[in-house]
Every structure is written in structure tokens, then in C-alpha cells.
Design a protein around this ligand. Structure first.
Ligand SMILES: O=C(O)c1ccccc1NCC(=O)[C@H](O)[C@H](O)COP(=O)(O)O
Length: 213
């Protein structure tokens, strides 16, 4: 049975990281983008990292940060994967000797195959909703079928997911992983244990249904 991997993004507190991990999350996302209400400092990130056990991936998310800013985080925080969420090109993303994924925001007129193809050296692409002036964490979905068969890279599906819609998202696209932030929150950056558990349970139900098809 394919087990859809689960990333809980925008974690700011160790207790939320622990809750996500104990509920079955595979990855914890830390937002290093100061304008975000979910942004963490290096100190906060280290506190979160200190409770994350081995074999759970800590993902550091940047939006058009400088190479120096990114290097400073990588020196201090045990980051397993970098998520680039801005206008970074593939050469920039590849310079940190760390696995990385690139967020592709699905605007109406976007050629999804070409946009993903520009990052074929990535470990995967994170497909997210597009909203003018908001680089991520929008709480919005996009038309998942638009991404069907458009890339051979592993797909991390994001954007407006929650326990009610993640099952149909998995059924439509069969992504390698799903990513959620707002759908498991009480308020930006503060996660809800019950919502995390429900989200992960919904992913497992969808996995089971796919296996039985
Ligand atoms: O979460 C943020 O505030 C954020 C800000 C700027 C760029 C990216 C951001 N989050 C990226 C994520 O990985 C989110 O999980 C993804 O966009 C989905 O968010 P949501 O729609 O709230 O589930």
C-alpha cells in the first residue's frame, strides 16, 4: 500500500511538533520568512528541532532569502530538506548541498509541466495555490486535476487542505506527499491537536481506499 507522506507546515512551538510527530507526521515545516505570521527565529527553530526525533524530516522554508540568510539557518538548525517558495531559480536552489523542493504556485494560465520542468534537479515539487501578493499559506485550494501527469518528480500537494478535502485530493492526484498548514490550526502558527489527528486519519483512510481499488 502506498503511504502518502505528510508534512505539517508552519510549526512554531515544540509542543505542536511533538503532537504532529506522535500523530504520524513525516515532516515538520519551519517558515523562515519574516512577514509570515508563522515565521520562526533561529532560536525558536532550534527549540522545535530539539524535540523532533530521528527519521522525521525538518523542512526549512524560504521565500527569496539571500544565500547568506539560508546558510546561517543551515549552520544552526538540523534541516533535512529546503523548501524554496519564492522566485529562486534551480541554480540558486542547488547550491546548498542539501535536498530541496520547489514550490510551484498554480496560477490559471500556468504551463504546469514547463514550470515543474525548470526544477528537474529538485527532489520534488510542492504544488500550491496561487494568490496575488501572498507567497504561501493561503488556505486556498487549486484545481488538482490541472497537475495530473504534468511532472515525473515526486509531488507534494499543498494549498487549503484539511481533513474534509484531503481524501479527494489524494484520489485525484495520488501525490507522493501532502502538506497542510492552515487546515490544522487554531490561529496562524498555533496548531490544533485534534485537527492534526483528523487530518492524518483522513490521509490513512484515503491510502486504504486507494489500495483497495
Ligand atoms: O505558511 C506561511 O505563512 C507561508 C508564508 C509564505 C510562504 C509559504 C508559507 N507556507 C507554505 C506552506 O508550505 C504551506 O503549508 C502551504 O502553502 C499550504 O498552506 P495552507 O494553504 O495554509 O495549508
Amino acid at each position: 500500500m502506498t503511504r502518502t507522506r505528510i508534512k505539517i507546515c508552519g510549526i512554531t512551538r515544540p509542543e505542536d511538533a511533538l503532537c504532529a510527530v506522535h500523530s504520524g507526521a513525516d515532516a515538520i515545516g519551519l517558515v523562515f520568512y519574516p512577514p509570515s505570521p508563522r515565521a520562526v527565529s533561529i532560536e525558536q527553530a532550534r527549540e522545535v528541532a530539539s524535540v523532533v526525533p530521528p527519521l522525521v524530516t525538518l523542512v526549512a522554508l524560504f521565500v527569496d532569502a539571500t544565500a547568506q540568510e539560508i546558510a546561517r539557518v543551515l549552520e544552526s538548525v538540523p534541516v533535512g530538506l529546503i523548501q524554496f517558495h519564492g522566485n529562486e531559480d534551480a541554480a540558486f536552489c542547488g547550491q546548498f548541498h542539501r535536498p530541496w523542493i520547489k514550490a510551484i504556485r498554480i496560477k490559471d494560465d500556468l504551463d504546469v509541466a514547463a514550470a515543474c520542468g525548470a526544477y528537474d534537479a529538485a527532489s520534488g515539487v510542492l504544488l500550491d495555490a496561487w494568490q496575488e501578493g501572498v507567497p504561501g499559506g493561503t488556505g486556498k485550494t487549486f484545481e488538482w486535476s490541472r497537475a495530473e501527469g504534468r511532472t515525473s518528480l515526486p509531488v507534494v500537494l499543498a494549498g487549503g487542505l484539511n481533513s474534509s478535502n484531503v481524501g479527494s485530493a489524494i484520489k485525484t492526484l495520488g501525490p507522493w506527499a501532502v502538506d497542510v498548514s492552515g487546515g490544522v490550526e487554531v490561529s496562524p502558527g498555533i496548531k490544533d491537536a485534534g485537527k492534526i489527528e483528523q487530518f492524518i486519519a483522513a490521509v490513512r483512510v484515503a491510502d486504504q481506499q486507494r489500495a483497495e481499488e
